[in-house]
Every structure is written in structure tokens, then in C-alpha cells.
Design a protein around this ligand. Sequence first.
Ligand code: DC
Length: 220
Amino acid sequence: MTRPVVIAIDGPVAAGKTVVGKKLSQKLGYKFVDTGTMYRAVAWMAVVRGVSPEDEEGLACLAGEVSLELSAENGERVLANGEEVTAALRRPEVEERVSLVARLRGVRVAMVQKQRDLAAAGRIVMAGRDIGTVVLPDAALKVFLVASQEERARRRHAELVAVGKAVTYEDVLGSLKLRDRIDSERAESPLRPAADAHLLDTDKLTVCQVLQSILELMED
Ligand code: DC
């Protein structure tokens, strides 16, 4: 395969998309965009402006109007309407409502357009849920990362404990299962692998091994 200029990495919460996507983009000298941060930014703006997660019209308007800037180096620093919102994106209010906000068609249409604009220049690794199926169906390489709910909860729990959060494994597993269900069962762009995606089960693989597997796929 000639080196793909657009690489899509999809998968459920805590499957390793961000850490793997970031490392892959660094290795290739590509831009990295974690599209989850865009939905999180909309969810945070809704909190700030008092727009309810049930207010479909209000959220679609907000998503259409908000100007999002993602930092060029790692795609994880986000400015919404010129304001730094990166730290807010992991707040509990965002965690609670982001899946609800991301299910709405009006919100998705606005985000998908912004994501396609970001990918138009190529040399990009984009991570999300629907990158290979909807956002960039022509991506030259599509990877869908999977791992068991227990393993993903274990990873997410360890990350949260490492930054001093007092959460139990059971709570993390419960909220991960809920988000999996909302993301997979929604009518708009549900989480599923594209027909031409390469499925990688990361349960027993280290980050380096996952990265190596993707680099091997690029050589095929
Ligand atoms: O990857 P994450 O946990 O930061 O994603 C936050 C939410 O956004 C999650 O509920 C799924 C949703 N999302 C989506 O629907 N489509 C994407 N391309 C990326 C994220």
C-alpha cells in the first residue's frame, strides 16, 4: 500500500484510540485529531449556556455556530469560540451528557463537516466512532480497535486513579457500559466497524504492539 494520507481509527470508549492514534501520527509526522474532544466541547458549551441535553434544536444551533480550533500538534487542545476549554472536557457534567449530545443528528451534521474540513489537507490520523463509516469513508486505512468492557474499564480506572480521582472500578465499568450502549444503539451513525476496516483486538496487546500491527497493515 502506498502510505495512506488519511487514517481512520474507530472503536468504543477506552479501546486505545487516542494513545495509539497520537503515537501513530507522531511516527508518521501527521496531524492527529481526536474527534471525541469536539463532541465534548459542544457538550461543555451546552453546560455553560444552559442548553438542556434534550433540547435538540438548541444543541444543533450551538454545534453549527461554535468555532472550534484544535491544536495542530496533538489535536487534543481545544478552543471553543476562542476560549480554552481543554480542561473542562473531562468534567463530570461533560461525561454525563456527551453521549446524549453526540446522538443528535443536527450536532453530528455540524461536527462531520468540521471533521471533513480538517482532513481535507491529508496527512492526518483521525480517531472517533464513525470516521471510517461516515466522516471519511474513502480513508486509505481504517482500523477498528476492540477490547472487552472489563479490560477497557480496568484501563480507564487506572488512568483516573493516576490523576487522583476517587472512583471505583465498578463505577467506571457501569458508566462505560452505559456509554457503549448509547453509542452503539443510537440511530445516527452508530458505533460499528466499516466493512473495509481492520479489526484489532487490543485486550492482550500493549500500545507498542497495537502500533506495530497498524504499521504492518500499512505495508500490506
Ligand atoms: O472518545 P470520547 O470518549 O472522547 O467521545 C466522547 C463521546 O463522543 C462519546 O460518547 C462518543 C461520541 N463520539 C461520537 O459519537 N463520534 C465521534 N466521531 C467521536 C466521539
